[in-house]
Design a protein around this ligand. Sequence first.
Ligand code: 7RM
Length: 648
Amino acid sequence: MSEIESILKEARSFAPSEEFRARAIVSTEEAAERSYRESIDDPEAFWGRVGRELPWLTPFERVLDWSAAPVARWFEGGRLNASAVCLDRHLETERRDKVAIRWEGEPGDERSFTYAEAQAEVCRFANALLARGVAKGDRVAIYMPMIPELAFALLACARIGAIHSVVFGGFSAQSLRDRIEDGGCTAVITADGGWRRGKVLPLKDVVDKATAGIASVHTVMVVRRTENEVAWTAGRDVWYHDAVADASPELAPEPMESEDTLFLLYTSGSTGKPKGIRHTTAGYLVGTYLTTKTIFDLKEDDVYWCTADIGWVTGHSYIVYGPLACGATVVMYEGAPDQPHPGRFWELVQKHRISVLYTAPTAIRAFMRWGDEHVTKFDLSSLRLLGTVGEPINPEAWMWYRRTIGGERCPIVDTWWQTETGAIMLSPLPGVTSTPPGCATRPFFGVDALVVDEEGNELGPNQGGFLAIRKPWPSMLRGIWGDDQRFVDTYWSKFPGMYFPGDGARRDEHGNFWIMGRVDDVLNVSGHRLSTMEIESALVSHPAVVEAAVVARPDDLTGEAICAFVTIGSGQKPSPELIEALKGHVSTEIGKLARPSDIRFAEGLPKTRSGKIMRRLLRDIAARREIADDTSTLEDLGVIARLRDESS
Ligand code: 7RM
């Protein structure tokens, strides 16, 4: 029994309006189909043409070399620089004085930078790094709040050919230390602090703890943001404003080989030590550039906002590299979505006339919980396109997003991808794809995706199985830093010749892909393999429920029993009647097989710092086991204690 049974049925589907379609970058099904066919049948012709849209210092000679599979080599012979692709290229055009980054701090302070200003700032930053002895190929850890200097830090590293390794500003000193050591970083860029929910996160203090005793770190560059007191290590620490005071605003970009490493980004995965995912220069830029342009349908006058933190891959690809390569105006926000009020995001949309918004299902479900009144008091008519990423979005949340945020007029692109894939892999094309709620729909150009069984055989329509990808694509990871064998074992060994992302999926009769969650989360109830995501979707479609996480607990009779943790709306009360109602609701929505044995009410669910539900912790609680897993990536440790209390 290797298939995952799919029980969720969704009959609704939404096509883009004629008005949207007519102006879209990809505006007909024929054009989309033609490009997709070419990208699969003749990838070198397709990607060669896209590649030539970037500004090269030396043109590439060969599009793809797959002879050392699974390590691909794209655009060999070419030289380019990521900071020049994102900034310099626009300075010769009308975009020179266009706003590149419009930033707002949590306390409401604002700054904005045109492309010309951003380029000068990045050159000063890069000169300051050079003056401190940071050289091409060196690894630089970046541990910062969401301020413009964070984006500039990535680009300044790229300008001199240093490899950046961004660590999300919410991680602990130990996590930061592990990543600095694993990458062999010689410099750290940080800030005194950052604002989060009205408080100062003392980032420099954390860096001091993380670097104590690491002799290889010769420089800690500190941006002044919150003006809190910081300890100072003479000779090692340097204020950013001092370092750039006399730095020249000009610096020729370092010519980088296509396959030179652009950055490392650590992903924790479910077990073992974090993996330093390695991305290279040209392929990554080509992938993020093309997906940003066509999936977000970017036009010259768009104001684009991706709400992720740059500490995650979503921020790397869709705040910094993709949108800037496209010459977009990017909004960046430092703080929490409910600071100082639960309507902060919508206030930002109204104020900056944001037209394209990209956010996560976890945020959308929080907005639903907080209530429509915080949304509807703002004017959201500037929005024309919405996106989601990070988790499967349940149809209920998708419908709410469409109605309440998108005013029923904005297409939604549900984008499936990973840190490892570098860029979006499955997504609707907003001008052409008719989209069912909660569906990531189709493979992007060049993505040869399929659903296979345990043996790697392709499955037919509506059979659930493992998502796999058959061909190399430009923005794919090139390896795990310092561990080539783990790269092969993790991604290329389950199905020979295919990339294995670790997600379950099914393809429906229209060819649409439905992501069914991580395969590690699949339940086995009386011999039936069920996706947690589908049961969660059924629960959330009950009016009392705002969020749900389903896990298995050992059961003598059925092998595994279904245990559901649910968060209910603010006007709702936990009761035995509600428990029965919810169990009955799942039975009627998707069938008796999926009826939960236990329903447990939870004030909050354990989430990673990027908002993904951590089901493995819930499995321990459901089985009343000690938590065996590493909880260091958990957003709010208190959640676990409260869940324990509530379920004992
Ligand atoms: C971009 C990002 C990757 C994992 C991935 C999936 C899940 C991401 C979606 C999704 C369903 C989506 N990178 N995931 N996007 N699942 N629909 N649209 O999130 O490396 O942090 O995570 O996230 O399980 O494998 S990531």
